[in-house]
Design a protein. Structure first.
Length: 136
């Protein structure tokens, strides 16, 4: 019997406004999951000359900040002229236990950002002893 189990969604970053030169981070424990979807919702930039934030997704076997390594290349100067969602789909098989999401705003007064982030984890299905990744 093929079964898909969903662990549910977790709010990684509560909706908030970030000032310029700010960083917000969140860790996600992925133990037991085969896939994670991370969605970051951005409000439209306040000023048309703003530079969008830098988004980093990292991984580690523990939560020591200096141990995290890049999962995927940073997204820099993300265009948020209009409100948008940035999504990462991560195959967790063979990855470290923790993912770390980091969003950093640029340095000028106009670079304030409003955002929130949600993660959804899913596990491998079971079918007569054979594991199958089921995206939900």
């Amino acid at each position: 019997m093929l079964e898909s189990r969903l662990d549910g969604s977790t709010v990684l970053i509560s909706p908030q406004a970030m000032t310029n030169s700010a960083t917000v981070t969140a860790n996600l424990d992925t133990q037991g999951a085969a896939h994670a979807t991370i969605r970051i919702a951005f409000a439209a930039e306040v000023n048309t000359n703003a530079i969008g934030p830098t988004i980093s997704l990292l991984e580690s076997d523990d939560t020591v900040v200096t141990n995290f390594a890049t999962v995927t290349a940073d997204r820099t100067a993300e265009d948020i002229t209009s409100a948008k969602v940035v999504q990462y789909d991560v195959d967790l098989r063979g990855r470290k236990k923790y993912l770390r999401l980091s969003v950093t705003t640029e340095t000028t007064t106009n670079d304030n950002v409003t955002l929130s982030a949600v993660a959804t984890k899913s596990r491998q299905g079971e079918s007569g002893g054979t594991d199958v990744l089921v995206n939900v």
